[in-house]
Write a protein that binds this ligand. Structure first.
Ligand SMILES: [Zn+2]
Length: 191
C-alpha cells in the first residue's frame, strides 16, 4: 500500500482537490517539484488527471471547478489551479478568476515554471527536423566555407561529437580538421 496516497486521500477528504469529484484518486506531483512529498502533490480524479497529462482542457464545464479550487489553502492546489487557468486564460471566466485571486509570488512562479521553461527551451534540429543532442555525429549536407581558416569542408564531411550552442537553436560546434567551428544546423544531417 502506498502510504502517501492514503495520507493524501485523507487530506483531500476523498474527493478530487480540483473538481471535488469523489472516486478513485491519484497523486499528482506539481512540476517542477519531483519528490513525493504530499505538500507538492494534488489528489486528482481520473478526469482531471487525464486532462492534465494530455494537456487538454477543452471540457470547459469541468474546468470551471478551478474557480473554486484556486482558493484552496494548499499551495500545491493553488499552483496547479493557477497553471490550468493560465492555460485557459483566453476564456473570460478564467481570466477573471486569475485577476481576482491573490497568490503569493512564489506560488505563481511555481505555477508558471513549466510554461516559462517551454517558452525558453532551445531545441536544436538538423535540416530534416531531427533533434540534435550533444555528442551526436553529423554530416555536412552542403559544402561549407569555414570562416577564418580559408578552408572549404565538402558536402559529406563527418563531424563527430558536436556540442550544442546553448542559447542558439541554429548553431552547434564541431571539429573539422581539428579546428572547432560553429556550424549552422540547417547544413547538417544527423549521422
Ligand atoms: Zn477532478
Amino acid at each position: 500500500m502506498n502510504y502517501n496516497i492514503e495520507k493524501l486521500k485523507v487530506r483531500a477528504n476523498h474527493s478530487c482537490e480540483l473538481c471535488g469529484l469523489k472516486g478513485e484518486l491519484y497523486a499528482y506531483t506539481v512540476s517542477p517539484k519531483e519528490d513525493d512529498s504530499i505538500d507538492h502533490q494534488v489528489a486528482l480524479c481520473s478526469i482531471c488527471q487525464n486532462g492534465i497529462q494530455s494537456n487538454n482542457f477543452s471540457n470547459t464545464n469541468h474546468w470551471r471547478a478551478l474557480m473554486g479550487s484556486i482558493w484552496s489553502e494548499l499551495t500545491s492546489v493553488q499552483a496547479l489551479s493557477y497553471r490550468i487557468l493560465h492555460d485557459l486564460k483566453s476564456q473570460d471566466w478564467a481570466a477573471e478568476t486569475l485577476e481576482s485571486v491573490f497568490l503569493d509570488e512564489s506560488i505563481i512562479t511555481w505555477a508558471l515554471a513549466e510554461v516559462h521553461k517551454a517558452d525558453n527551451k532551445v531545441i536544436h534540429k538538423d535540416a530534416y527536423g531531427n533533434v540534435l543532442l550533444s555528442g551526436d555525429n553529423v554530416v555536412l549536407i552542403e559544402n561549407l566555407n569555414v570562416k577564418g581558416i580559408n578552408y572549404m569542408a565538402p558536402k559529406g564531411t563527418q563531424v563527430k561529437k558536436i556540442r550544442l550552442v546553448v542559447d542558439n537553436a541554429e548553431q552547434v560546434e564541431g571539429k573539422i580538421n581539428s579546428d572547432t567551428i560553429v556550424i549552422v544546423t540547417k547544413f547538417l544531417k544527423k549521422a
